[in-house]
Ligand binder design. Structure first.
Ligand SMILES: Cc1ncc(COP(=O)(O)O)c(C=O)c1O
Length: 440
Protein backbone atom coordinates (compact mmCIF):
# COMPACT_ATOMS: atom_id res chain seq x y z
CA UNK A 1 0.00 0.00 0.00
CA UNK A 2 1.56 3.31 -1.06
CA UNK A 3 1.64 6.25 1.34
CA UNK A 4 -0.09 9.49 0.44
CA UNK A 5 2.23 12.44 0.19
CA UNK A 6 2.09 14.04 3.62
CA UNK A 7 2.32 17.76 3.65
CA UNK A 8 2.02 18.19 7.41
CA UNK A 9 4.93 16.18 8.76
CA UNK A 10 5.66 16.52 11.60
CA UNK A 11 2.00 16.87 12.55
CA UNK A 12 0.69 19.04 15.43
CA UNK A 13 0.47 16.17 17.93
CA UNK A 14 4.05 15.07 17.23
CA UNK A 15 5.21 18.65 17.71
CA UNK A 16 3.33 18.89 21.02
CA UNK A 17 4.91 15.62 22.18
CA UNK A 18 8.34 16.90 21.15
CA UNK A 19 7.89 20.04 23.25
CA UNK A 20 6.85 17.95 26.28
CA UNK A 21 9.72 15.52 25.84
CA UNK A 22 12.25 18.32 25.61
CA UNK A 23 11.34 19.30 29.17
CA UNK A 24 11.89 15.87 30.67
CA UNK A 25 14.29 13.75 28.61
CA UNK A 26 18.04 14.12 28.79
CA UNK A 27 19.48 16.14 25.92
CA UNK A 28 21.37 14.28 23.24
CA UNK A 29 18.97 11.38 22.95
CA UNK A 30 15.88 12.13 20.82
CA UNK A 31 16.53 14.34 17.78
CA UNK A 32 14.06 17.18 18.26
CA UNK A 33 14.66 19.43 15.27
CA UNK A 34 11.38 21.27 14.41
CA UNK A 35 11.15 19.55 11.00
CA UNK A 36 11.78 16.06 12.28
CA UNK A 37 10.15 14.25 15.17
CA UNK A 38 7.43 11.79 14.31
CA UNK A 39 6.04 10.03 17.35
CA UNK A 40 4.87 6.50 16.64
CA UNK A 41 1.49 5.20 17.69
CA UNK A 42 1.12 1.88 15.88
CA UNK A 43 2.97 -0.29 13.36
CA UNK A 44 2.19 -3.33 11.24
CA UNK A 45 4.17 -5.03 8.49
CA UNK A 46 6.01 -2.32 6.55
CA UNK A 47 3.81 0.52 7.84
CA UNK A 48 3.97 2.84 10.81
CA UNK A 49 1.24 5.23 11.93
CA UNK A 50 2.23 8.34 13.85
CA UNK A 51 0.45 10.22 16.63
CA UNK A 52 -1.27 12.41 14.02
CA UNK A 53 -2.62 9.42 12.10
CA UNK A 54 -0.09 9.70 9.22
CA UNK A 55 0.95 6.41 7.65
CA UNK A 56 4.64 5.98 6.84
CA UNK A 57 6.46 3.33 4.85
CA UNK A 58 9.30 2.02 6.99
CA UNK A 59 12.51 1.65 4.99
CA UNK A 60 14.58 1.29 8.18
CA UNK A 61 12.91 -1.77 9.76
CA UNK A 62 13.21 0.42 12.88
CA UNK A 63 17.01 0.11 13.20
CA UNK A 64 16.95 -3.32 11.55
CA UNK A 65 14.65 -4.88 14.15
CA UNK A 66 11.51 -5.49 12.09
CA UNK A 67 13.07 -7.68 9.39
CA UNK A 68 10.00 -9.92 9.46
CA UNK A 69 7.69 -6.90 9.66
CA UNK A 70 6.34 -4.83 12.50
CA UNK A 71 4.22 -6.84 14.88
CA UNK A 72 5.47 -10.20 13.59
CA UNK A 73 6.00 -11.66 17.04
CA UNK A 74 3.24 -9.66 18.78
CA UNK A 75 0.93 -12.69 19.03
CA UNK A 76 3.63 -14.72 20.78
CA UNK A 77 4.18 -11.78 23.15
CA UNK A 78 0.47 -11.42 23.90
CA UNK A 79 0.06 -15.14 24.63
CA UNK A 80 3.13 -15.15 26.85
CA UNK A 81 1.99 -11.96 28.61
CA UNK A 82 -1.08 -13.79 29.85
CA UNK A 83 1.10 -16.43 31.46
CA UNK A 84 4.47 -15.18 32.71
CA UNK A 85 6.14 -11.82 32.09
CA UNK A 86 9.20 -12.18 34.28
CA UNK A 87 11.21 -14.98 35.85
CA UNK A 88 14.52 -15.22 37.70
CA UNK A 89 16.83 -15.65 34.75
CA UNK A 90 19.96 -17.11 36.39
CA UNK A 91 18.31 -18.59 39.48
CA UNK A 92 14.84 -19.92 38.58
CA UNK A 93 14.57 -19.29 34.84
CA UNK A 94 11.53 -19.45 32.57
CA UNK A 95 11.22 -22.77 30.76
CA UNK A 96 11.31 -20.87 27.45
CA UNK A 97 14.94 -19.92 28.06
CA UNK A 98 15.90 -23.55 27.46
CA UNK A 99 14.09 -23.67 24.15
CA UNK A 100 15.58 -20.38 22.98
CA UNK A 101 19.15 -21.48 23.77
CA UNK A 102 18.53 -24.80 21.97
CA UNK A 103 17.27 -22.99 18.89
CA UNK A 104 20.21 -20.61 18.90
CA UNK A 105 22.58 -23.55 19.08
CA UNK A 106 20.80 -25.30 16.20
CA UNK A 107 20.94 -22.37 13.77
CA UNK A 108 24.55 -21.41 14.54
CA UNK A 109 27.28 -23.81 15.61
CA UNK A 110 25.34 -27.06 15.13
CA UNK A 111 24.57 -25.90 11.60
CA UNK A 112 28.12 -24.76 10.88
CA UNK A 113 30.20 -27.43 12.60
CA UNK A 114 27.97 -29.96 14.32
CA UNK A 115 29.26 -28.78 17.69
CA UNK A 116 26.69 -27.40 20.17
CA UNK A 117 26.56 -23.65 20.76
CA UNK A 118 26.17 -22.24 24.26
CA UNK A 119 24.48 -18.92 24.89
CA UNK A 120 24.78 -15.96 27.21
CA UNK A 121 21.58 -13.95 26.93
CA UNK A 122 21.44 -10.20 27.37
CA UNK A 123 19.03 -7.35 26.92
CA UNK A 124 20.40 -4.77 24.50
CA UNK A 125 22.75 -5.61 21.62
CA UNK A 126 25.77 -4.03 23.25
CA UNK A 127 25.41 -6.42 26.17
CA UNK A 128 25.91 -9.37 23.82
CA UNK A 129 29.11 -7.72 22.61
CA UNK A 130 30.29 -7.18 26.17
CA UNK A 131 29.50 -10.81 27.03
CA UNK A 132 31.62 -11.84 24.04
CA UNK A 133 34.53 -9.62 25.07
CA UNK A 134 34.39 -11.04 28.60
CA UNK A 135 34.33 -14.56 27.16
CA UNK A 136 37.46 -13.79 25.15
CA UNK A 137 39.23 -12.76 28.35
CA UNK A 138 38.07 -15.97 30.03
CA UNK A 139 39.45 -18.00 27.15
CA UNK A 140 42.76 -16.26 26.51
CA UNK A 141 43.52 -14.27 29.67
CA UNK A 142 44.41 -11.40 27.31
CA UNK A 143 42.59 -8.05 27.35
CA UNK A 144 43.57 -6.60 23.96
CA UNK A 145 40.98 -6.17 21.20
CA UNK A 146 41.44 -5.85 17.48
CA UNK A 147 38.56 -3.95 15.88
CA UNK A 148 37.85 -1.77 12.87
CA UNK A 149 37.49 1.84 11.88
CA UNK A 150 33.83 2.65 11.26
CA UNK A 151 32.71 -0.18 13.55
CA UNK A 152 29.59 0.15 15.68
CA UNK A 153 29.02 -2.30 18.51
CA UNK A 154 26.74 -0.25 20.77
CA UNK A 155 27.45 2.35 23.40
CA UNK A 156 28.02 0.54 26.70
CA UNK A 157 31.52 1.03 28.10
CA UNK A 158 32.68 -2.45 27.11
CA UNK A 159 31.23 -2.22 23.62
CA UNK A 160 32.75 1.25 23.18
CA UNK A 161 36.17 -0.36 23.36
CA UNK A 162 35.45 -1.77 19.92
CA UNK A 163 33.88 1.42 18.53
CA UNK A 164 35.46 2.66 15.32
CA UNK A 165 33.46 5.87 15.10
CA UNK A 166 35.55 8.25 17.15
CA UNK A 167 32.67 10.61 17.91
CA UNK A 168 30.98 8.03 20.16
CA UNK A 169 34.13 7.35 22.12
CA UNK A 170 35.66 10.81 22.42
CA UNK A 171 33.81 12.22 25.48
CA UNK A 172 34.44 9.01 27.44
CA UNK A 173 37.91 8.13 26.21
CA UNK A 174 39.42 8.95 29.60
CA UNK A 175 37.36 6.21 31.23
CA UNK A 176 38.13 3.61 28.58
CA UNK A 177 41.12 1.32 28.85
CA UNK A 178 43.51 1.68 25.96
CA UNK A 179 43.33 -1.94 24.87
CA UNK A 180 42.15 -1.60 21.29
CA UNK A 181 44.05 -1.76 18.01
CA UNK A 182 42.00 -0.56 15.03
CA UNK A 183 42.47 -1.46 11.39
CA UNK A 184 40.76 0.12 8.38
CA UNK A 185 37.68 -1.84 7.30
CA UNK A 186 38.32 -2.76 3.66
CA UNK A 187 35.50 -2.30 1.19
CA UNK A 188 34.49 -4.73 -1.54
CA UNK A 189 35.69 -3.89 -5.06
CA UNK A 190 38.68 -2.01 -3.72
CA UNK A 191 41.77 -2.36 -5.83
CA UNK A 192 44.36 -5.02 -5.12
CA UNK A 193 46.79 -2.51 -3.65
CA UNK A 194 44.39 -1.46 -0.86
CA UNK A 195 43.68 -5.09 -0.04
CA UNK A 196 47.44 -5.82 0.04
CA UNK A 197 47.90 -2.83 2.38
CA UNK A 198 45.22 -4.20 4.64
CA UNK A 199 46.95 -7.60 4.74
CA UNK A 200 50.25 -5.88 5.55
CA UNK A 201 48.59 -3.89 8.37
CA UNK A 202 47.12 -7.10 9.78
CA UNK A 203 50.51 -8.82 9.61
CA UNK A 204 52.03 -5.93 11.55
CA UNK A 205 49.57 -6.19 14.45
CA UNK A 206 51.37 -7.50 17.49
CA UNK A 207 49.17 -10.38 18.66
CA UNK A 208 50.89 -10.65 22.05
CA UNK A 209 48.18 -8.99 24.16
CA UNK A 210 45.20 -9.50 21.85
CA UNK A 211 42.48 -11.84 23.05
CA UNK A 212 39.65 -10.90 20.69
CA UNK A 213 39.02 -9.82 17.13
CA UNK A 214 35.66 -8.05 17.02
CA UNK A 215 34.16 -7.51 13.57
CA UNK A 216 30.84 -6.93 11.82
CA UNK A 217 30.69 -9.16 8.73
CA UNK A 218 29.29 -6.06 6.99
CA UNK A 219 29.31 -2.68 8.67
CA UNK A 220 25.84 -1.23 9.28
CA UNK A 221 25.93 2.03 11.20
CA UNK A 222 29.37 2.64 9.70
CA UNK A 223 27.71 3.19 6.31
CA UNK A 224 26.56 -0.20 4.94
CA UNK A 225 30.08 -1.22 4.02
CA UNK A 226 30.47 -4.63 2.38
CA UNK A 227 34.00 -6.03 2.74
CA UNK A 228 35.79 -8.28 0.24
CA UNK A 229 34.67 -11.90 0.65
CA UNK A 230 38.15 -12.82 1.89
CA UNK A 231 38.12 -10.55 4.94
CA UNK A 232 36.50 -12.96 7.37
CA UNK A 233 38.62 -15.86 6.11
CA UNK A 234 41.80 -13.79 6.64
CA UNK A 235 40.70 -12.92 10.16
CA UNK A 236 39.84 -16.56 10.86
CA UNK A 237 43.35 -17.70 9.92
CA UNK A 238 44.98 -14.84 11.85
CA UNK A 239 42.98 -15.80 14.95
CA UNK A 240 43.83 -19.49 14.50
CA UNK A 241 47.51 -18.68 14.13
CA UNK A 242 47.63 -16.55 17.27
CA UNK A 243 45.00 -18.34 19.41
CA UNK A 244 42.72 -15.30 19.44
CA UNK A 245 38.92 -15.47 19.82
CA UNK A 246 37.04 -14.39 16.69
CA UNK A 247 33.78 -12.54 17.41
CA UNK A 248 31.28 -11.76 14.68
CA UNK A 249 28.91 -9.00 15.69
CA UNK A 250 25.81 -9.98 13.71
CA UNK A 251 23.42 -7.80 15.65
CA UNK A 252 22.64 -5.96 12.43
CA UNK A 253 23.61 -8.48 9.73
CA UNK A 254 22.21 -11.59 11.41
CA UNK A 255 18.91 -13.31 10.64
CA UNK A 256 18.28 -12.83 6.94
CA UNK A 257 19.19 -9.15 6.71
CA UNK A 258 21.87 -9.77 4.07
CA UNK A 259 20.12 -12.36 1.90
CA UNK A 260 21.72 -15.20 3.91
CA UNK A 261 20.75 -16.42 7.35
CA UNK A 262 23.88 -14.75 8.76
CA UNK A 263 26.18 -12.18 7.23
CA UNK A 264 29.08 -14.57 7.77
CA UNK A 265 27.34 -17.18 5.60
CA UNK A 266 28.71 -15.16 2.67
CA UNK A 267 32.12 -16.52 3.67
CA UNK A 268 33.38 -19.97 4.70
CA UNK A 269 34.68 -18.53 7.99
CA UNK A 270 33.03 -19.69 11.19
CA UNK A 271 33.40 -17.49 14.28
CA UNK A 272 34.14 -18.58 17.83
CA UNK A 273 31.39 -16.29 19.11
CA UNK A 274 28.46 -14.61 17.40
CA UNK A 275 26.40 -11.71 18.79
CA UNK A 276 22.73 -11.37 17.91
CA UNK A 277 20.07 -8.82 18.81
CA UNK A 278 17.67 -6.54 16.95
CA UNK A 279 15.68 -8.89 14.71
CA UNK A 280 16.19 -11.79 17.14
CA UNK A 281 12.90 -10.95 18.83
CA UNK A 282 11.55 -8.44 16.31
CA UNK A 283 10.86 -5.90 19.04
CA UNK A 284 11.72 -6.94 22.58
CA UNK A 285 15.10 -5.99 24.07
CA UNK A 286 16.80 -9.37 24.07
CA UNK A 287 20.24 -10.24 22.74
CA UNK A 288 22.50 -13.26 22.66
CA UNK A 289 26.18 -14.09 22.58
CA UNK A 290 26.40 -17.63 21.22
CA UNK A 291 29.72 -19.46 21.25
CA UNK A 292 31.18 -22.82 20.41
CA UNK A 293 30.60 -24.97 23.49
CA UNK A 294 34.33 -25.65 23.79
CA UNK A 295 34.99 -21.88 23.90
CA UNK A 296 32.10 -20.99 26.19
CA UNK A 297 33.18 -23.65 28.65
CA UNK A 298 36.05 -21.35 29.60
CA UNK A 299 33.47 -19.85 31.97
CA UNK A 300 33.68 -21.69 35.30
CA UNK A 301 30.65 -23.57 36.69
CA UNK A 302 28.50 -21.33 38.87
CA UNK A 303 27.98 -22.32 42.47
CA UNK A 304 25.14 -19.86 43.00
CA UNK A 305 26.58 -16.48 42.08
CA UNK A 306 26.81 -15.87 38.34
CA UNK A 307 29.76 -13.82 37.14
CA UNK A 308 27.74 -12.37 34.29
CA UNK A 309 23.96 -11.91 34.45
CA UNK A 310 21.23 -9.30 34.80
CA UNK A 311 17.78 -8.95 36.35
CA UNK A 312 15.91 -9.49 33.09
CA UNK A 313 18.18 -12.22 31.66
CA UNK A 314 16.12 -14.65 29.60
CA UNK A 315 12.94 -12.64 30.07
CA UNK A 316 10.00 -14.88 29.08
CA UNK A 317 8.37 -12.27 26.83
CA UNK A 318 11.62 -11.81 24.96
CA UNK A 319 12.18 -15.56 24.77
CA UNK A 320 8.67 -16.17 23.41
CA UNK A 321 9.10 -13.48 20.77
CA UNK A 322 12.58 -14.70 19.82
CA UNK A 323 11.38 -18.31 19.49
CA UNK A 324 8.52 -17.19 17.21
CA UNK A 325 10.85 -15.11 15.13
CA UNK A 326 13.60 -17.78 14.91
CA UNK A 327 11.03 -20.31 13.72
CA UNK A 328 10.52 -18.17 10.62
CA UNK A 329 14.12 -17.02 10.26
CA UNK A 330 15.36 -20.63 10.28
CA UNK A 331 12.97 -21.60 7.48
CA UNK A 332 15.03 -21.71 4.25
CA UNK A 333 12.07 -20.11 2.45
CA UNK A 334 12.71 -16.91 4.44
CA UNK A 335 16.35 -16.83 3.35
CA UNK A 336 15.31 -17.47 -0.27
CA UNK A 337 12.86 -14.59 -0.04
CA UNK A 338 15.53 -12.30 1.42
CA UNK A 339 17.92 -13.27 -1.37
CA UNK A 340 15.43 -12.97 -4.28
CA UNK A 341 13.67 -9.86 -3.11
CA UNK A 342 17.00 -8.31 -2.14
CA UNK A 343 18.23 -8.79 -5.71
CA UNK A 344 15.03 -7.22 -7.09
CA UNK A 345 15.38 -4.31 -4.72
CA UNK A 346 19.05 -3.84 -5.68
CA UNK A 347 18.16 -3.73 -9.39
CA UNK A 348 15.55 -1.06 -8.68
CA UNK A 349 17.85 1.16 -6.59
CA UNK A 350 20.80 0.81 -8.94
CA UNK A 351 18.73 2.80 -11.43
CA UNK A 352 19.43 5.85 -9.27
CA UNK A 353 23.19 5.74 -9.89
CA UNK A 354 23.01 8.51 -12.52
CA UNK A 355 21.05 10.90 -10.32
CA UNK A 356 22.64 13.96 -8.68
CA UNK A 357 24.94 13.22 -5.72
CA UNK A 358 24.73 9.42 -6.07
CA UNK A 359 28.33 8.20 -6.01
CA UNK A 360 27.52 4.55 -5.55
CA UNK A 361 24.84 1.97 -4.85
CA UNK A 362 26.00 -0.90 -2.68
CA UNK A 363 24.53 -3.70 -0.64
CA UNK A 364 23.58 -7.30 -0.15
CA UNK A 365 20.10 -8.67 0.48
CA UNK A 366 18.02 -6.18 2.41
CA UNK A 367 21.02 -4.17 3.54
CA UNK A 368 21.52 -1.61 0.79
CA UNK A 369 22.61 1.98 0.51
CA UNK A 370 23.24 4.93 -1.74
CA UNK A 371 26.43 6.84 -1.03
CA UNK A 372 26.06 10.55 -1.68
CA UNK A 373 28.91 12.88 -2.65
CA UNK A 374 29.24 16.43 -3.89
CA UNK A 375 30.57 16.91 -7.42
CA UNK A 376 34.03 17.64 -5.93
CA UNK A 377 34.00 14.27 -4.15
CA UNK A 378 33.21 15.51 -0.61
CA UNK A 379 30.88 13.34 1.44
CA UNK A 380 27.40 14.86 1.11
CA UNK A 381 26.02 14.38 4.65
CA UNK A 382 24.30 17.78 4.30
CA UNK A 383 22.42 16.57 1.21
CA UNK A 384 21.60 13.22 2.77
CA UNK A 385 19.84 14.73 5.79
CA UNK A 386 17.79 17.03 3.53
CA UNK A 387 16.90 14.01 1.41
CA UNK A 388 15.83 12.07 4.48
CA UNK A 389 13.65 14.98 5.66
CA UNK A 390 12.13 15.34 2.20
CA UNK A 391 11.33 11.64 2.06
CA UNK A 392 9.68 11.88 5.46
CA UNK A 393 7.24 14.34 3.91
CA UNK A 394 6.66 11.76 1.17
CA UNK A 395 5.64 9.28 3.87
CA UNK A 396 8.92 7.31 3.75
CA UNK A 397 11.10 6.55 6.77
CA UNK A 398 14.80 6.30 5.96
CA UNK A 399 17.98 7.16 7.87
CA UNK A 400 21.44 8.41 7.05
CA UNK A 401 24.38 6.21 8.04
CA UNK A 402 28.21 6.47 8.11
CA UNK A 403 30.28 8.71 10.40
CA UNK A 404 29.58 11.70 8.14
CA UNK A 405 25.94 10.78 7.51
CA UNK A 406 26.40 10.70 3.73
CA UNK A 407 25.05 7.20 3.17
CA UNK A 408 21.32 6.69 2.71
CA UNK A 409 20.56 3.28 4.24
CA UNK A 410 17.81 1.20 2.63
CA UNK A 411 16.86 -1.60 5.00
CA UNK A 412 13.13 -2.32 4.80
CA UNK A 413 11.33 -5.37 6.17
CA UNK A 414 11.30 -8.43 3.89
CA UNK A 415 7.60 -7.94 3.15
CA UNK A 416 8.10 -4.78 1.10
CA UNK A 417 6.33 -4.98 -2.28
CA UNK A 418 7.64 -4.18 -5.77
CA UNK A 419 5.18 -1.33 -5.96
CA UNK A 420 6.43 0.13 -2.68
CA UNK A 421 10.05 -0.18 -3.79
CA UNK A 422 9.24 1.53 -7.10
CA UNK A 423 7.49 4.32 -5.21
CA UNK A 424 10.53 4.90 -2.98
CA UNK A 425 12.91 4.84 -5.96
CA UNK A 426 10.79 7.46 -7.69
CA UNK A 427 10.54 9.73 -4.64
CA UNK A 428 14.31 9.53 -4.10
CA UNK A 429 14.84 10.45 -7.75
CA UNK A 430 12.53 13.47 -7.48
CA UNK A 431 14.07 14.66 -4.20
CA UNK A 432 17.65 14.26 -5.46
CA UNK A 433 16.84 16.26 -8.59
CA UNK A 434 15.26 19.00 -6.47
CA UNK A 435 18.33 19.10 -4.23
CA UNK A 436 20.59 19.14 -7.28
CA UNK A 437 18.60 22.01 -8.83
CA UNK A 438 17.39 19.91 -11.78
CA UNK A 439 13.72 20.04 -12.79
CA UNK A 440 12.32 16.52 -13.26
C1 LIG B 1 26.44 -4.21 14.65
C2 LIG B 1 25.82 -3.67 15.90
N1 LIG B 1 26.27 -4.08 17.08
C3 LIG B 1 25.74 -3.65 18.24
C4 LIG B 1 24.71 -2.74 18.23
C5 LIG B 1 24.16 -2.24 19.54
O1 LIG B 1 22.89 -2.74 19.77
P1 LIG B 1 21.96 -2.02 20.84
O2 LIG B 1 21.70 -0.64 20.33
O3 LIG B 1 20.74 -2.89 20.88
O4 LIG B 1 22.72 -2.00 22.13
C6 LIG B 1 24.21 -2.27 17.02
C7 LIG B 1 23.12 -1.29 16.98
O5 LIG B 1 22.84 -0.64 16.01
C8 LIG B 1 24.77 -2.75 15.81
O6 LIG B 1 24.34 -2.33 14.61
Amino acid sequence: MLPEVLTSIPGPESLRLAARLKEVECRNTTYLSPDWPVFWERAEGVNVWDADGNRLLDFTSAFGVATLGHGFSAKAAAEQAGQLVHAMGDVHPARLKVELCERLSAITFERWTGEKGKTLLGNSGFEAVEAALKTAVMVTGRSGILSFEGAYHGLGYGALLGAGIEWFRAPFEKQLSQVTTRLPFPQQDIDEEIWRNFRRALDKVNPKDIGAVLVEPMQGRGGIVIPPPDLLRELRSWCDEHAVVLIFDEIYTGLNRTGKLFGCDWSPAVPDLICLGKSLSGGFPISACVGKASIMDAWPETHGEALHTSTFLGNPLGCAMAIASLETHADPATTCLAWDRGNDMGAAFRELCDEPFVAEWRGVGFMQALELRHPDGRHAGDVCIELVKGLLKDGILVLPDAPEGHVLALTPPLGISDEEIAFVVERIRVRLRELGGISS
